[in-house]
Design a protein around this ligand. Structure first.
Ligand code: UFG
Length: 322
């Protein structure tokens, strides 16, 4: 059985939909940002908190857990600057509790959701896993601290792990059953689509004077189902002993500017956006584009869904309520 902590959240719920085809799945989620309706009925669900040993212990005693996949983190850069305690408490301290209970129960395989935010403002056009990690906000720092904990725990306790550094996760499940549902929403693609549905008056472009071709920020958007598939390959590599301690980027290797994303949303939806040029948002690097060659070379994974498919799937999901 695989324990998916945060399996009711955006990325966790998409992972579960793929994983239940292959493994018995147990979800632990406290439903603070996850949604009960996103929980796959084929998984066992326990409502509980990863920071609470009293919630964790019985689960590990009751179920034959062979690996843990951890998605239950806070992930808003701006909020992390306003309220760093919240980020260090949940993303670091609670993860430490989870690791402690895992080790106590001799569960030694761990898949960890990390982020492009660990790199800070990168020097390279294309970011490699060994590029300098110098996060510029508490969110990125909280993830990097856990990565460092994992390195030490591997050496000291034989904990095996794969760290997956996501770039910009987007899109929705092909079934139309689950998608991106944050409250408040801060991500570019859902905000554009909500605007095109008439739920918002306009879409703001945060900064038009970046050193990029059209002056707007460039990001590497990756379909959430591509992310899910990468997790499954990483899990298989851990379980069959091919990997013990690895870190991989997960991106498309393609960068799109904010303006290009808006244009692609207009094309896919056949609707016109009311675009407002706005000031820069604090803490946004001009360009974040991943090399995912390492995971392709080692595990054979690569992203196969392009920006139009990402936006198309998100649109199908968002307009369900129209
Ligand atoms: N943007 C706009 N207008 C909006 C919202 C976003 O112009 O209304 C811009 C942002 O400034 C940024 C780009 O669109 O340039 C993408 O922004 P998102 O908020 O969608 O995503 P981020 O790149 O800020 O965040 C992602 C992940 C984080 C991670 C971060 C690393 O969601 O978890 O990359 O920088 F920390």
């Amino acid at each position: 059985m695989i324990l998916v902590v945060g399996g009711a959240g955006y990325i966790g719920s998409h992972l579960v939909k793929e994983l239940v085809e292959k493994e018995e799945v147990l979800i632990l989620d406290n439903l603070t940002t996850g949604h009960v309706e996103a929980i796959d009925s084929r998984a066992v669900f326990v409502e509980g908190d990863l920071g609470n040993e009293e919630d964790l212990d019985p689960i590990f005693s009751k179920y034959p857990i062979k690996a843990v996949m951890h998605f239950a983190a806070f992930s808003l850069v701006g909020e992390s600057v306003q309220d760093p305690y919240k980020y260090y408490e949940n993303n670091v301290a609670n993860t430490l509790t989870l690791l402690k209970v895992m080790l106590k129960h001799k569960v030694k395989n761990f898949i960890f959701s990390s982020t492009a935010a660990t790199y800070g403002i990168p020097e390279e056009e294309i970011i490699l896993e060994n590029s300098i990690t110098s996060p510029i906000n508490p969110y990125g720092k909280s993830k990097l601290i856990v990565e460092q904990i994992l390195t030490d725990f591997h050496q000291a306790y034989g904990l095996n792990y794969v760290v997956l550094r996501y770039f910009n996760a987007a899109g929705a499940h092909i079934s139309g059953e689950i998608g991106e549902n944050h409250d408040p929403e801060t991500h570019l693609i859902p905000l554009i689509l909500q605007h095109l549905l008439g739920e918002r008056d306009s879409i703001s472009v945060f900064g038009t004077d970046y050193p990029t071709a059209d002056g707007t920020c460039i990001r590497d958007y990756i379909h959430v189902t591509d992310l899910a598939e990468a997790h499954i390959q990483a899990l298989e590599a851990l379980l069959d002993g091919r990997k013990e301690a690895e870190t991989y980027n997960l991106g498309n290797g393609l960068g799109y500017s904010v303006k290009e994303v808006i244009e692609t949303c207009e094309k896919v939806t056949e609707r016109k956006a009311n675009v407002v040029l706005a000031e820069r948002r604090a803490g946004d690097p001009a360009r974040l584009v991943a090399s995912s060659d390492k995971i392709f070379n080692e595990l054979g994974w690569k992203a196969v869904r392009n920006l139009e498919e990402i936006i198309g799937s998100a649109w199908e999901w968002h307009k369900k309520g129209e």
